[in-house]
Structure formats: C-alpha cells, structure tokens
Write a protein that binds this ligand. Structure first.
Ligand code: COA
Length: 440
C-alpha cells in the first residue's frame, strides 16, 4: 500500500447521472388524477417525471451511473478504495446496494463497500466521509466512488405522486487538484432534529409524507444551517454565483431562495428575487422539472444540471449547496466549480437523457407500477415470463428479473455486451434475459 499523504484539497473529479428512459408528462397525470394541470406546472414547477422500468431498480441504476462514470472519465477500477451508496431505496434489510454494485462495475476486492441511509441526505453524508478519508491521507492516493440512487414512489392518487422520479448520480472523489467541484473542507454547516415529516415504514414500498409540514422542516433546517454558515464567515447570497438546493419538487427552489433572502435582508423585493432566481438558482433546477425527485441524488442532479446548462460560463465560480434529508439532517456547504468544462462536458448524463427518452401514457405507467409490485414479491422470478421485457431501455446494461430462492436475480440488459458480472460478459436477447451471478 502507498504511504499516507494528507492533502488540503479534495475534489469531486467526475460526475455522471443515470436517469430512466421513460417519462410521464404531468398533463397526462393531471387527467388521470382529475387535477388542474396548472397545479403541477405552476404550483409545483414540473413538466414530467422519470418512470423507472420494472426490470430496473436502485441497484441497476447505481451500476449504470457508476459504469458510465468509470468509462467516460477513464478511471482504473483498481484505484477505487471506497464505494459508498447513498440510498433510501435499499432492496434488502441487511445486504447493501453497494455489494451488488461493487461486482457489477468490476471494482477490486480491496475496496470498502457500504450504504448510507438518511432519507435524501445519504449521499451528502457519504461525500463528507470520503472527503475526510482523502484529506487525512488515509486514502493514500486511492479514489472514492459515491453513488446516490433512489426511486421516489408514493401512493396512487396521493399529493406526492406528482413529485415522483428516479435516478442515480455517481461522483468520483480524489485529490488530483482538478475536476468538477472543490468543496470547502471543514466549512459545512449541519443541523439535525428528530421530526416525522417524511418516512417509509419497513413494510411499505411507498413513502408517507406530511407535505406542508415537511416543507416547513426543510425551510427551518435551511435557515439554521445558513445562519451557522454566515456566523462562521461564509459567503452570502451576493458573493455566491450559484445556489443549488435539494429539490423534492422544482418550486421548492423558490421557497428556499425566499428563505435565504429573508434571512439575509429581511424584506425581499420582487424584482431582486426574480433576478437572483433566474441567474443563480434556475440553471440548477432544469433537470428536476423533467425528471422529478430523485431523493438522495437530487442535489447532485442539480449540480449536473447547472454544469450542463452553463458549461464554460460556470468554470471557477462559487456555489452554495443545500442538502436536506427528512427526519432530519441538513447541511449547507460551499464549493468552487472546476476551472475547465472539459471535466464534465458530455459526461454528466443529463443531456443524453433529455434527448433519448420515451414518453409513456398513463396506461403504461399503471402497468409499470403493477409489474414493479409483482417483481418485488416473493418468488417472482419466472424465466420467460416478463410482460415488460420488450420495453426494457435499450441502454440498460443490467436488468432485474425478480426473486428466486429469496435472492434477487440480475442479468445483462440489451446493452449488456459491454456490461460485466464478475467474469461473465455477454449479450442477451431483449425478450428473454438470462440470469447471471450467484442466483441459486
Ligand atoms: N394553479 C396554480 N397553482 C396551484 C393550483 C392551480 N390550480 N392548485 C394548487 N396550486 C399551488 C398551491 O397554491 C401551492 O402553492 P404554494 O406552495 O405556493 O402555496 C402548490 O400548488 C401545491 O399545492 P398544495 O395544495 O399545497 O398541494 P398538496 O397539498 O397537494 O401538496 C406537496 C403538494 C408538494 C407538498 C406534496 O406533493 C408532497 O407532499 N410532496 C412531497 C414533499 C417531500 O418530498 N418532502 C420530503 C422532504 S423534502
């Protein structure tokens, strides 16, 4: 092993998102739920939501994001010393998502793997942890991979249904003094409080949320962390070039900015508010308008959205980031964006998704929901019986086939010719995927 080398700079060296192939327009959902479409468009700020195919899950999305990142940034898998998955959509009470992903993306056995769960805050906790690992010198030149992966799912017809989404964001963290983002180490302002604003009991596949209370908890945590940040000498809104927020729904960004401006200057005049919203906040919100809430990856999707939207214009700029996980734990931190857009151009995954997605109607959406429930029930694996197999996304390198003997069965997807499961490499037909890995 290399000798220890403490460092003062830790970088998010690369970022890559995997977002579902299918989406449902809110205008279609509005017809199904009998809601005024303006509520979704103006009240929540969303136009569509990503819908995950039943043969994909938090594991396959994390693997897709991780593989894209390793490939597009040319990372040697052997250089990754930690893989931490931030998720509240785990597939097992004991076995972490990270264990599956570790194999699917071909990392070394000498890599620590675990999940972090704290609602939408998990990936931020993971980033903070690997930042300390690298800064201390214990990483000894190795990199860390943090992957946020979640499926936001609410009851049929509930207010939360319109805020659903799914996606994974992978980030490579290291000490190479270049990359996408350099967080200000040790400057994070954190806040925790035991509140019941949003949760998912172990027997449920959908979340329970007290919507308005949750918004208030979020805003209270934002005010608390921002105050600590300012008292410690952190920059104010005027000095920061961009502000990125965790987004349970896109219009939350307006409420969050309002809270910060109120804390900064008391009364907020409408013209200044609109200008700051347009210039500093909206570039990070665009992806959420079409994808929806992706829980622990939401803040980092906002980062990817900003990078895609602003390109070279955001190089070297200062950014404030707010992470919130219900329950709750929150963090406000600042960072500098890398000085070359070559570090992310064409690699974030956001542009690819918005150009190659497939719109589905409410019937397909309902069928996907039913099939997801079926596939996640005991003994659901039946080779050759996959009603949704023909609609598997063409870019899927892995698919989920159901439970057999209490074990989840995964197989290479249509793009599986470049996917690896352990030592196996292969392509399978779209209609009859063959299982791989230790499934018996
Ligand atoms: N035209 C325009 N706007 C409309 C409208 C219409 N016809 N009907 C309603 N609206 C507006 C409301 O005025 C409201 O805006 P406001 O927040 O500025 O007051 C907004 O749309 C939402 O309407 P509301 O009646 O408050 O919605 P709801 O009770 O159905 O709940 C959420 C909405 C977002 C709270 C709910 O979807 C939810 O619980 N989401 C999940 C929150 C979450 O994930 N929290 C986790 C931690 S962050």
């Amino acid at each position: 092993m290399n000798t220890s080398r403490a460092c003062s700079e830790v970088w998010v060296e690369g970022i890559s998102a995997y977002l579902p192939h299918h989406y449902l327009c809110h205008d279609d959902l509005a017809v199904r739920t009998g809601t005024d479409p303006e509520k979704y468009a103006r009240g929540l700020g969303c136009t569509s939501m990503a819908v995950l195919h039943p043969m994909q899950d938090s594991v396959t999305m994390a693997a897709e994001a991780g593989l894209s990142l390793l490939t597009s940034y040319g990372v040697d898998p052997a250089s990754v010393g930690q893989l931490i998955v931030g998720t509240e959509s785990g597939v097992d009470w004991a076995k972490p998502v990270a264990a599956y992903v570790h194999e699917m993306i071909g990392l070394s056995p000498r890599c620590r793997t675990y999940d972090v769960q704290h609602a939408c805050y998990g990936a931020s906790a993971a980033l903070s942890s690997v930042g300390a690992w690298i800064a201390s010198g214990m990483a000894a030149g190795r990199k860390a991979l943090v992957i946020a992966t979640d499926v936001a799912r609410y009851d049929d017809g509930s207010p939360g249904e319109a805020t659903q989404g799914a996606g994974a964001v992978a980030m490579l963290v290291g000490d190479s003094h270049t990359g996408v983002l350099r967080p200000d180490l040790g400057m994070e302002a954190v806040y925790s409080s035991q509140v019941m604003d949003f949760w998912r009991p172990g027997h449920r596949s959908t979340a329970v949320v007290k919507g308005k209370y949750s918004i208030n908890c979020y805003l209270a945590a934002l005010a608390q962390t921002y105050q600590v940040h300012r008292e410690a000498g952190g920059e104010g809104i005027d000095e920061l070039d961009y502000l990125l927020f965790h987004l349970p729904f896109p219009r939350m960004s307006e409420k969050a900015l309002g809270k910060l401006m109120e804390a900064e200057c008391g009364q907020v005049d409408e013209e200044t508010f609109s200008k700051v919203l347009r210039e500093k906040v909206n570039p990070g919100v665009e992806a959420a308008r079409i994808v929806g809430n992706i829980y622990s990856g939401s803040l980092y999707l906002a980062l990817a959205s900003l990078l895609e939207n602003r390109g070279a214009r955001c190089t070297g700029r200062r950014v404030g980031l707010f992470s919130y996980g219900s329950g709750c734990c929150a963090e406000f931190f600042t960072a500098t964006i890398g000085d070359s857009n070559e570090c992310w151009k064409g690699r974030t995954g956001v542009e690819r998704t918005s150009t190659s997605s497939t719109r589905i109607g409410v019937e397909t959406y309902a069928a996907f929901r039913r099939e997801t429930s079926r596939l996640n029930s005991d003994d659901s694996f039946k080779l050759g019986h996959m009603p949704c197999a023909d609609s598997v996304p063409p870019d899927a390198r892995y698919v989920y086939l159901g439970y057999r003997n209490q074990k989840r069965v995964y197989a290479p997807g249509p793009a599986g010719r470049i996917a690896r499961v352990g030592s196996q490499v292969g392509r399978v037909s779209r209609s009859v995927p063959q299982p791989v890995g230790p499934t018996t």
